[in-house]
Design a binder for this molecule. Structure first.
Ligand code: AMP
Length: 438
């Protein structure tokens, strides 16, 4: 299959060639003809599959073939994304693909002054790429007129639902005309996505290019067991020893990202943090520095990293494992993109064990455990003596100084595994069972 066979115009063929794309990716091969046929789309595609071009190319072509004759153009396509970074990235890609077309493409997100956005709407735009919050703000102030929308794209819809945007999206949809084409892209198919899609899409064509809930195939994954207090030391040692020059590191919290960044800097490793408390300008500049190689290590939280598109990113590190297993899939998808090989390593201490089990359950595979010389975890003599051959890795993870069954009181290390029921029945001395809130 070639881009020519997909029926793209000369202008768009020139644009994909300029981007260096020689053959369409599977999602592009399937989605582009369906969109040209006017179908709604429900596409299961992970990040890095080329999904942006899959919806952008046919949409740009259809809009430019039928240009708006109005002097003050109203938006005809709306693309919603979960994060500002993703909106910026998708908007930039669309501008590149549409460089030889006379369509006006605008990115709209919060964290920046709203007035220039209002001015631009007044001058007229054709395509708006936006985050739900700021877009809804405009719709409610009547500074944007959404009555002429012909295409609605929901990019990374699962993430938008995870981030609690469902109500905002429903409100935005109420401003749109009934007659429109809807294109929904999601990395995972949860029950809530299915329900959401049922309400929104009209007889959609189902497209799936990656197996459900599988990690990006080009990424080699390892778990490095390590004591919690030695994670930073191990990370610095890996970055320096393995000569990693571009590493994306995930922490669970913004505070954790800041602290780790400071510690890496004090180890002589150029690092910067990117998270929701950083202003949009700082986030944009930090990402640019990372892409240019001025910053060796980018420490990010899940939300901030969601929209990052960094070509050939070779290393992703889970400094903390995510407590939502799907986030692991999104995280490692930053590496090994568009046919490149990548490595994702997770630094896992005893407290992370529950998170690891849930991730492995989702992936339906065990992640290889690789101990690093000098950082092996302290083994308990008692459990080692009881161990049977082949069970080594399990006792390795058992909470330090505790037996598997607790006495009903919860210590830090007996934290309930994430995703489990919030209450659990725990055996107490005397044989009675009582309910313990997690
Ligand atoms: P996306 O999944 O849209 O975020 O795209 C991931 C990466 O793949 C981006 O860097 C795109 O520029 C790149 N890409 C998209 N389509 C193709 C293609 N047909 N051939 C090679 N790279 C592509």
């Amino acid at each position: 299959m070639s881009f020519e066979n997909l029926g793209l115009s000369v202008e768009l063929l020139g644009a994909v060639k300029k981007e260096g794309y020689t053959t369409p990716t599977p999602i592009q091969t399937k989605a582009i003809p369906a969109i040209f046929n006017g179908r709604d789309i429900l596409a299961g595609a992970q990040t890095g599959t080329g999904k942006t071009a899959a919806f952008a190319l046919p949409m740009l072509q259809m809009l430019s073939k039928n240009p708006s004759l109005k002097k003050r153009r109203k938006p005809r396509a709306l693309v919603l994304t979960p994060t500002r970074e993703l909106a910026a990235q998708v908007g930039t890609s669309m501008q590149a693909y549409g460089r030889r077309l006379s369509l006006r493409i605008m990115m709209v997100y919060g964290g920046v002054n709203i007035n220039p956005q209002i001015d631009r709407f007044q001058r007229g735009v054709d395509i708006v790429v936006a985050t739900p919050g700021r877009l809804l703000d405009h719709a409610q102030r009547h500074t944007i007129d959404l009555s002429q929308i012909e295409f609605l794209v929901l990019d990374e819809a699962d993430r938008m639902l995870d981030m609690g945007f469902i109500k905002d999206i429903q409100k935005i949809v109420s401003y749109l005309p009934e007659n429109r084409q809807n294109l929904l892209f999601s990395a995972t198919y949860t029950g809530s996505i299915r329900k959401f899609a049922d309400n929104l899409l009209d007889n959609p064509e189902h497209i799936e290019v990656a197996r459900r809930n599988t990690a990006a195939e080009m990424v080699t994954q390892y778990v490095h067991p390590v004591e919690r207090g030695r994670k930073r030391e191990l990370l610095s040692s890996l970055i320096r020893g393995e000569k990693w020059n571009q590493v994306l590191v995930f922490t669970r919290t913004k505070h954790g990202a800041n602290r780790l960044t400071r510690q890496l800097m004090s180890d002589g490793i150029k690092a910067a943090a990117i998270h929701g408390n950083k202003s949009q300008n700082v986030r944009t500049r930090t990402l640019a520095d990372f892409k240019k190689g001025l910053v060796r290590t980018l420490v990010a939280t899940d939300v901030a990293a969601r929209g990052l598109d960094i070509n050939r990113l070779p290393h992703v590190v889970n400094f903390d494992l995510p407590n939502v297993p799907e986030d692991y899939v999104h995280r490692i998808g930053r590496s090994g993109r568009a046919g490149q090989n990548g490595v994702a390593v997770s630094l896992v201490c005893r407290d992370d064990h529950g998170f690891l089990l849930n991730i492995q359950k989702l992936l339906k595979q065990k992640i290889s455990i690789k101990e690093i010389e000098g950082f092996q975890m302290e083994k308990k003599t008692k459990t080692s003596a009881q161990k049977t051959p082949g069970k080594r890795s399990q006792s390795l993870w058992r909470p330090k100084g505790r037996k598997p069954a607790s006495n009903g009181r919860r210590g830090r290390s007996t934290q309930a595994a994430p995703g489990r029921n919030r209450s659990s029945n725990t055996q107490i001395p005397g044989g009675r069972r009582r309910n313990v809130r997690a």
